[in-house]
Write a protein that binds this ligand. Structure first.
Ligand SMILES: Nc1ncnc2c1ncn2[C@@H]1O[C@H](COP(=O)(O)OP(=O)(O)OP(=O)(O)O)[C@@H](O)[C@H]1O
Ligand SMILES: [Mg+2]
Length: 236
């Protein structure tokens, strides 16, 4: 089991009131699994992703990553968990607009202390795979939405995380661009990466193995299918 959440309760304070957003929520994710999570706006999907990624503490329950109890770690150890294992992709990309593609993607590798020449070759390889090698010197502000999302994915996967957490990753893309981004997710899944994708979009969730709905502060299973063999020519 890669990730196991057991009895997670998360509450936020609004004024003097505390509200439970997640309540005794359970989730088990196997290594290499792809999970889609849907649910109404404001039900707590982003909150859940942030908990999975070690960005948000929770009030009750336990979270295990590869058998390690994350809830018992120090803040520094949790930051280390996040740096080594977790990558985020969001709808709004969260790239540094005034820097070029190379410098945006280099950041996580610099944090990991990778030597400069290895950073360069890793970036070139990943950009080539995502078919955006021509953008390497371009400033983010000059890229299209689809190109930005590929750069965001490149930055997320370059450190070879065990788990990719994606929050509405295709929410601001047109259909054709969405399809090419979904093909990238399929490729990552085929390579064994664990994916958790928050999405309202059925064409995204239908490509995942397990679909859940966040409802009444808990996850309800909506469907399961076995891992299929995708054949995506550009990545073979
Ligand atoms: N830091 C915070 N302090 C107080 N309330 C918060 C905080 N973060 C989130 N909330 C509240 O928790 C609830 C869940 O928020 P969350 O962002 O997880 O929803 P969501 O399911 O991702 O919604 P959407 O689909 O609109 O992105 C919302 O009511 C939100 O206002
Ligand atoms: Mg959200």
């Amino acid at each position: 089991m890669l990730l196991e959440l057991s009895g997670i309760t998360k509450r936020f304070k609004n004024g003097s009131q505390y509200t439970n957003i997640l309540e005794k929520l359970d989730l088990r994710i196997h290594e290499g699994e792809s999970v889609a999570i849907k649910g109404k706006s404001g039900c707590g999907k982003t909150t859940l992703l942030n908990i999975l990624g070690g960005l948000l503490p929770f009030e009750e329950g336990e979270m295990f990553f590869n058998g390690t109890n994350i809830s018992k770690l120090t803040a520094n150890e949790i930051a280390e968990y996040r740096r080594k294992n977790v990558a985020f992709v969001t709808q709004n990309f969260h790239l540094l607009d005034d820097r070029n593609v190379f410098n945006n993607i280099a950041l996580p590798l610099q944090y990991l202390g990778m030597p400069k020449n290895q950073i360069k070759s890793e970036i070139e390889k990943t950009l080539y795979e995502l078919e955006i090698e021509h953008t390497i010197k371009r400033s983010i502000s000059t890229l299209s939405g689809g190109e930005r999302q590929r750069v965001a994915i490149a930055r997320a996967i370059i450190k070879k995380p065990s788990i990719l957490l994606a929050d509405e990753p295709t929410g601001s893309l047109d259909e054709e661009t969405e399809e090419s981004i979904l093909n990238i997710f399929d490729m990552l899944h085929q390579r064994g990466m664990t994916l958790v994708i928050v999405t309202h979009d059925d064409s995204v969730s239908s490509r995942c193995q397990n679909l859940y709905e966040l409802h009444h502060k808990k996850l309800a299973p909506l469907g399961h299918r076995s891992k299929t063999n995708y054949q995506r020519s550009i990545f073979i």
